[in-house]
Ligand binder design. Structure first.
Ligand code: HEC
Ligand code: HEC
Length: 352
């Protein structure tokens, strides 16, 4: 019952505090001569999160975030115009989706579970195997991936350029025609506004000792100390961004090579980036292959030290040696529920 109360979603109206209006001088983006001055925004960050890192060549402006929002929901980004980013990263499903692995155009089933977009602003590498370095670099991937949106950049840019409203917005914001760099920057700027914090855990840390239940507090202690979870799932987003082999899916006929696919190193076989855990209670199913439906079962596997395979990370063996009890595992689940807080739920905007 204690769990119930913390599992509920809480919608948060996205608050962007509009600072002063000024033009960016000496920055790469020089808006066209006829365009209006961009409206700089400072993101208001929820309790528990640090300031969002913003790349110097992609400053946050209200106009750019708005364009990014439109493109995020824009099905024209896919070849048959049936899929948008929001199809697989649905705001109503904690910006992920509740199926094991994603379905692209023509009902093609991919091999991996869609990560949530929440708090990706803080990640230094993207995807389960870390093959993209930034949100800007990531954003163009799914558009051209034949298994996902299956579009070609040429056709997409052409399609968007035919729509006067997009043409105008790109001119105003970037001072250019519709470009892939602009598409990537706008979507990335929008994604940086999708944050989750102000969870019971954050309020507890902020001095409200009634914000977490007794089970959650015990679970926190197991997470931080005895269970060693926090060595990999580090704050503020509960991922250290590194890659480990926890043995998930390694017993398949053709296991996903994970990080090895990116680096070519045998030692990286079956390693995946530590997933962030805020809102994990709402992003089922779990693991890179979406093979586990329930949070309690995912915790059980991790708390038992992962699954045996020749490349199991030594740290997972350490977790195994901690011999967590059933009570410990139950409390860990309670604690993870205390990491669900507030995040924006955004409705699809009107598209041209
Ligand atoms: C067909 C479903 C699908 C569509 C459409 C899709 N994605 Fe994804 N997304 C995924 C899957 C699956 C992954 C994980 C893939 C992997 O690790 O190889 C992913 C990963 C990501 C990540 C990495 C997050 C992390 O934790 O590393 C981001 C960010 C992201 N997608 C944003 C987008 C954006 C922006 C779009 C639209 C341009 C988009 N996605 C379209 C399925 C999809
Ligand atoms: C050695 C680093 C490491 C340690 C220690 C660790 N984890 Fe993980 N955790 C991972 C990795 C890597 C994955 C992703 C594995 C995969 O999908 O193949 C993961 C996945 C998870 C997931 C699934 C999240 C999702 O969105 O799919 C949960 C829940 C989780 N861990 C909880 C825990 C708990 C609880 C502990 C402590 C008992 C713990 N982890 C200890 C590295 C670690």
């Amino acid at each position: 019952m204690k769990l119930r109360s913390t599992v509920t979603f809480r919608a948060l109206v996205l608050t962007l505090s509009v600072l002063t209006v000024f033009t960016f001088h000496g920055c790469k983006e020089q808006p066209g001569a006829q365009s209006k001055a961009p409206t700089a925004v400072a993101l208001s960050v929820p309790l528990g999160l640090p300031a969002v890192p913003i790349p110097p060549d992609n400053p946050m402006t209200a106009e750019k975030i708005e364009l990014g929002k439109m493109l995020y929901f824009e099905k024209r980004l896919s070849k048959d115009k049936s899929i948008s980013c929001a199809t697989c990263h649905d705001p109503m499903m904690a910006w992920a989706e509740h199926i094991p692995t994603s379905k692209g155009i023509h009902e093609q089933i991919g091999a991996r579970n869609a990560n949530s977009v929440i708090n990706t602003a803080f990640l230094s590498s993207m995807f389960w195997d870390g093959r993209a370095k930034s949100l800007e670099e990531q954003a163009l991937g799914p558009i051209e991936n034949p298994m996902e949106m299956g579009q070609t950049m040429e056709v997409l840019l052409d399609d968007l350029a035919k729509i006067p409203e997009y043409q105008k917005r790109f001119k105003d914001i970037f001072g250019t025609d519709v470009t892939k760099e602009g598409v990537a920057k706008a979507i990335a700027a929008f994604e940086r506004t999708i944050l989750s914090g102000n969870s019971p855990y954050d309020r507890y840390q902020n001095g409200d000792k009634s914000a977490m239940t007794g089970d959650q507090v015990r679970g926190m202690e197991v997470f931080m100390d005895k269970g060693m979870c926090a060595t990999c799932h580090t704050e503020p987003i509960f991922s250290n961004g590194r890659f480990y082999n926890a043995g998930i899916g390694m017993d398949k006929a053709e296991p996903d090579e994970g990080r090895k696919k990116e680096t070519g190193r045998d030692g990286d076989l079956g390693k995946f980036r530590v997933p962030p855990l805020r809102e994990a209670a709402n992003t089922h199913p779990y693991f890179h292959d979406g093979s586990v439906a329930k949070l309690a079962d995912a915790v059980q596997i991790m708390a038992d030290g992962g699954k045996d395979n020749p490349n199991l990370s030594p740290m997972m063996k350490g977790v195994r040696e901690a011999k967590l009890t059933d009570r410990d595992k139950k409390d860990l689940v309670a604690f993870l529920n205390a990491l669900s807080g507030e995040y924006p739920i955004i409705k699809p905007p009107k598209l041209p």
